[in-house]
Write a protein that binds this ligand. Structure first.
Ligand code: SF4
Length: 467
């Protein structure tokens, strides 16, 4: 229902899910939702905008609005459909975009009036205009990878909300590698684009006070090492402290590591994934074995004073019960700042999902909509253990890595204690993980206390969407 006055758009960031009557939310998940701020920045200037973060505030469904925008990820799909149903039964049109809308287009299309396939930059202005004038299309498809927007995210929508003290900045999107479990390579078709370095530097200058930690949220900051180096050179005079994510290849480029250190890099997330060579090859990540593999890579990162957030995944066919203990031992010996130990999750649209499906090994499909599924559950049949064994082994690995004795021992690695400020951060972040490690397992997807009915779009029967 469009009002005669200004067009009103409400952006909603859905939570993953919550238990009935749950108070509060996982602290470590409460980062600024940058995609919402990018959407807000793309809206025409005369549009009235509001933003609600479902993780930390109730959504006022009865507040008048003309259109709702929801960016959907696989983990938030069920909650997004609940939120969409609330608005739609009040006669408000809902638009969905994001990874899940592209990789699972038919499903998402049945829960909203319009979906955006691909990145929103190229289509949002047209979409708003169509909805405003009562001629919405069911599908808006980004034609090419856009040059990333010259507009900066509109962070004014975060005002009054208490996020973790991290300033999220985007330099690039996508990644040139093709790891089989990774939705990023599926979504971006293994391509990589970036914003202009001058634009990013200007945004950092304008929005950072120098006290907060900057998080470059790029999927793989160093997918193009030359572009990443250009950014780092430009960051040096700004004297910021930053963290980001990268593939392992950066660890063997001394020039890049030196630029990282000089530009204020405090630590980097590296997708180590596995110490089992056959598992790495199975996931199409054999490049992690390059030039001496993870031990050599981590030694080089430490030599340059860079802390590491190592991520591991388990459940490939070559993994055995011994694989978990070896990874935890390795992460502790290497003095990792923090680490993640998760089972592989078959996200729709990834080669992993298609393979497991083809082999008849999906136990819950689609797991993200199944009421039996809980956060941390294994929705497929592993080759050499039961799903429950895989789940328990991942939980045990996290508990061991974030036990107080492990936290204390890792804190004594020189790379973790050499800077007093970061040493304090080390304790705060590890304590947060110690607490959240137990808290998120078993979380339902969607709001368990929601009593409405999911509205399926009548048009879905007639609209076939393929990516
Ligand atoms: S290197 Fe990282 S971002 Fe790139 S495809 Fe592999 S897992 Fe995805």
């Amino acid at each position: 229902m469009t009002s005669p006055g200004r067009f009103r758009v409400t952006i909603v960031h859905p939570c993953v899910g919550r238990f009935r009557g749950m108070k509060g939310y996982m602290m470590s998940w409460q980062m600024e939702p940058l995609p919402a701020a990018v959407l807000a920045a793309l809206l025409p200037a005369d549009v009235e905008r509001r933003f609600y973060d479902d993780r930390m505030e109730p959504i006022p469904f009865d507040e008048p609005t003309d259109l709702v925008l929801i960016s959907v990820e696989t983990y938030t799909a069920k909650r997004a459909y609940q939120i969409a149903s609330e608005y739609r039964r009040r006669g408000v049109a809902v638009v969905m975009g994001g990874f899940h809308a592209t990789l699972c287009a038919d499903e998402v299309a049945s829960h909203c009036e319009s979906i955006v396939i691909g990145e929103a930059e190229g289509v949002l202005a047209e979409l708003i205009d169509d909805h405003r004038h009562g001629r919405p299309q069911a599908v808006y498809r980004a034609k090419d990878r856009p040059r990333l927007p010259p507009t900066d995210p509109d962070r004014s929508i975060f005002r009054g909300k208490r996020y973790l003290p991290l300033r999220l900045i985007e330099f690039s999107r996508g990644c040139r590698f093709r790891c089989d479990f990774c939705a990023i390579q599926s979504y971006y078709s293994a391509t990589h684009t970036h914003r202009s370095v001058a634009r990013v530097v200007e945004e950092v200058r304008r929005t950072c006070t120098g006290r907060e930690l900057v998080f470059f949220i790029d999927d793989n900051l160093t997918s193009s090492l030359d572009d990443a180096k250009e950014l780092m050179r430009a960051l040096i005079p700004l004297r910021i402290r930053w963290v980001s994510q990268s593939a392992i290849n950066v660890a063997f480029d001394d020039e890049a590591l030196e630029l990282m250190r000089r530009s204020g890099c405090q630590g980097i997330l590296i997708g180590l994934e596995s110490l089992v060579p056959d598992s790495l090859r199975e996931m199409n990540k054999g490049f992690n074995l390059m030039r001496g593999g993870p031990r050599a890579a981590l030694a080089n990162l430490r030599r340059h004073g860079l802390r590491v957030y190592g991520t591991f995944v388990f459940g490939y066919d070559s993994d055995t019960p011994d694989t978990f203990a070896a990874a935890v031992r390795f992460a502790r010996e290497e003095g990792m700042f923090i680490a993640a130990f998760n089972h592989i999750t078959p996200f729709p649209g990834t080669p992993l999902y298609e393979r497991l499906r083809g082999e008849g090994r999906m136990l819950l499909d689609p797991w993200w909509l199944d009421d039996r599924y809980r956060y941390g559950m294994v929705p497929f049949q592993p080759a050499r253990m039961t799903p429950e064994e895989l789940q328990r082994a991942c939980s045990r690995a996290r508990r061991e890595f974030y036990s107080w004795s492990s936290i204390a021992r890792r804190s004594l690695h020189r790379v973790n204690y050499r800077d007093p400020g970061m040493w304090l951060n080390y304790w705060l972040i590890n304590a947060m993980h110690h607490r959240d490690t137990e808290g998120r397992d078993g979380l339902p997807l969607g709001d368990e206390g929601w009593t409405g009915t999911l509205l399926e779009s009548a048009r879905a029967e007639h609209v076939t969407v393929s990516v």
